[in-house]
Design a protein around this ligand. Structure first.
Ligand code: GSH
Length: 336
């Protein structure tokens, strides 16, 4: 994908590839870091505080993207579907990056009814005329002040977890105070070796960088398989943010990462506990509709540098049915 340089869109700029001279993929930091909070006071990063109000915020997302998926999941599990509006980018590769359109081929991808932007980069330059950097989903937009609030998924889900509790009945806390330290620890490993690990494998441009990433990825998956053989969720009997952050990568794994990113030492289907864990979360009401295996495949196999001919593989067979099969996670207790 391209990027913005001094407010102008540059397609396929080499710096947008984020690959260092040793062939390692290096993800750049998200740049918009303000927070929406219940009282409008600034959050832990960024300066401006934005008040949580129903109807005020809009999310720019794409079904394919695991980081955007985090935000869509938290919108669903926190009962915020009517409080926060969404635009969903068109699947496939587009010259100007994330693109919004009213396209009958993709009826479940609503265009931008808020600003009428055709491309997400327009939201970035509307907020900062001479913005330089990547243009990424998820992006959280404030309709009241017409600007991007935040484009870092790990922060957007923390906001959704608590900021809108006055306007929803879904007040379950997915980052409870007594589990924060444990969640942070597991998040750090899962982020580095799994969530970002698949990208480090897929976008590596040297054999050494690829092998280092893929081995670390499967070391972690092997350990998580063991852990989930002793308890229901990553930090015990309570479903938390850590589980959702892992899950967005697991649900894409066999359909996308095994092939497009060469993460093929094993499949999730080869791990009984990871498979059943993925099934349990997939079957939570409201979750399956947050994801499309078909759109995800279109995007990952549409990335030119990993699949120059853009051929979309036919398999694996029916992932929807596979993850809808009964799971066995009830063998472990879950907190109420
Ligand atoms: N750290 C960001 C990463 C977001 C991100 O990289 N999203 C990808 C889609 S999966 C994207 O928009 N990429 C556009 C690009 O690379 O230019 C977050 O967690 O929100």
């Amino acid at each position: 994908m391209g990027m913005l340089v001094d407010g102008a869109w540059i397609d396929n700029d080499a710096t947008a590839r984020e690959v260092a001279t040793d062939g390692k993929f290096q993800r750049t930091e998200s740049q918009f870091r303000s927070w929406v909070t219940a009282d409008g006071c600034p959050g832990p990063t960024g300066d401006g505080g934005f008040l949580a109000e129903p109807g005020r915020y809009h999310l720019y997302l794409a079904y394919t993207c695991p980081w955007a998926h985090r935000a869509l999941i938290f919108r669903a599990i926190k009962g915020l579907d009517s409080a926060i509006t969404v635009s969903m980018a068109q699947p496939g590769r587009h010259e100007q990056g994330w693109t919004f359109a009213d396209n009958p081929d993709f009826p479940d991808c609503p265009p931008d009814h808020v600003n009428g932007f055709k491309h997400l980069h327009q939201a970035y330059t509307a907020s900062e005329v001479d913005y330089t950097g990547k243009v990424t989903v998820p992006t959280l937009w404030d309709k009241q002040t017409s600007q991007v609030v935040n484009n870092e998924s790990s922060e957007i889900i923390r906001m959704f977890n608590v900021a809108f509790d006055a306007f929803t009945n879904a007040t379950e806390d997915y980052y409870p105070a007594d589990l924060c330290a444990e969640i942070d620890t597991i998040n750090a490993r899962v982020y580095h070796t799994v969530n970002n690990g698949v990208y480090r494998a897929g976008f590596a441009s040297s054999q050494e960088a690829y092998e280092e990433a893929v081995v670390a990825l499967f070391d972690t998956l092997d350990d998580l398989e063991k852990l989930l053989g002793t308890q229901r969720y990553l930090v015990g009997d309570r479903l938390t943010e850590a589980d959702w952050r892992l899950w967005v990568t697991l649900i894409r794994f066999d359909a996308c990462y095994v092939g497009a990113f060469k993460c093929n030492i094993r499949r999730i289907a080869d791990y009984p506990n990871l498979t059943n864990f993925t099934r349990e979360l997939y079957q939570i009401p409201g979750i399956s509709k947050t994801f499309s295996f078909g759109y995800a495949k279109l995007n990952y196999y549409g990335i030119e540098r990993v699949n120059p001919n853009g051929i979309i593989p036919v398999g694996p067979e029916d992932q929807e049915s596979f993850y809808s099969m009964p799971h066995d996670r009830d063998r472990f207790p879950a907190a109420d």
